[in-house]
Write a protein that binds this ligand. Structure first.
Ligand code: C2E
Ligand code: CA
Ligand code: CA
Length: 279
């Protein structure tokens, strides 16, 4: 019963689904301990130079029986099982370690930075900035080598802890980026006050670019808005050359997508960075 006149039904199928979810959560807990997670990297290209300007780190799970799993298969379970903060810390630790090795061993492109997705739970948890500071110090990595991607939806409902975390992250020099920009939560009024360096245009917007003229004008207006707010723009989900060309002509600074490269393991990303592999 959901109180006054409300009733919800619990079916055997729901019971089954709940059991599977619980199984997944305990498997994931073990996977975190057993180092079965892995960071993949998708190059981010500077459209003005056609060079690699950065990479987005995306979590994968090397499941012993089911093979390589994408986040869709386990992030909901992580959220439900209260494992998001731990997963996010594992990712950040892994990525900062990787960036440290790349910085020492390679000549990285100037301004190269790695973008990491931060879940709302991590930002609502008290001490993300303190955790990040320690990691950066341990690995000898400067804050600007990272960018933390934060979803637009979080920014609209942000509270004191989120604000303090964002301020503290900025204070240690880690840039922030608004992820999934244009997916429906936008509030123009908060754009001006936001401490973000870039905004990432969601692929739902990028993908209609060549098909409809109206979509092109819409993306153009969004780019103007981002630029007026003093931010740079990244477009995700670029799958065709025509989309990249159009985005460049609309003065979008950065792009990523299958047209340039799929997300790849760290060793392959390294080849992009050394020039052993071309985009
Ligand atoms: P996102 O942040 O919007 O990341 C972009 C997603 O689009 C990635 O999916 C990427 O593989 C995919 N993608 C990239 N280029 C293209 C393209 O040209 N076409 C199409 N159709 N797709 C493209 P992925 O890796 O499956 O990640 C899904 C979502 O999971 C991410 O969406 C992000 O919200 C979340 N996620 C991934 N890694 C992490 C993480 O370490 N922490 C947190 N909190 N979330 C993560
Ligand atoms: Ca992202
Ligand atoms: Ca997106």
């Amino acid at each position: 019963s959901e109180g006054k006149g409300g009733v919800s039904i619990f079916t055997p199928a729901m019971h089954q689904a709940a059991r599977e979810r619980m199984h997944l959560v305990s498997e994931l807990r073990r996977a975190l301990a057993a180092d079965q997670l892995e960071a993949f990297y998708q190059p981010i290209v500077d459209l003005r130079t056609d060079r690699v300007a950065g990479a987005e780190a995306l979590v994968r799970w090397r499941h012993p029986e089911r093979g390589l799993l994408a986040p869709d298969a386990f992030l909901d379970a992580a959220e439900e099982g209260g494992l998001m903060v731990e997963l996010g810390r594992w990712m950040l630790g892994n990525v900062v370690g990787q960036v440290g090795r790349w910085t020492r061993e390679l000549e990285l492109p100037e301004n190269f930075r790695v973008h990491v997705n931060i879940s709302p739970s991590e930002l609502r948890h008290g001490d993300l900035a303190a955790f990040a500071t320690r990691l950066l110090q341990e690995q000898g990595v400067e804050g600007w080598r990272l960018t933390l991607e934060i979803t637009e939806s979080l920014l609209v409902t942000r509270g004191d802890v989120v604000d303090r975390n964002m301020e503290a992250l900025r204070a240690i020099g880690i840039p922030l980026e608004i992820d999934d920009f244009g997916t429906g939560y936008s509030s123009i009024s908060y754009l001006q006050s936001l401490p973000a360096e870039n905004a990432k245009i969601d692929r739902s917007l990028t993908q209609g670019l060549l098909v409809e003229d109206q979509q092109r004008q819409f993306v153009s207006a969004i780019l103007d808005l981002i630029h007026t707010a003093g931010m740079g723009a990244v477009a995700e989900g670029v799958e065709e050359r025509g989309q990249a060309d159009l985005l460049r002509s609309l003065r979008c600074e950065y792009a990523q997508g299958y047209y340039f490269s799929r997300p790849v393991p760290a060793e392959t990303m390294r080849e992009y960075l050394t020039g052993a592999r071309q985009l």
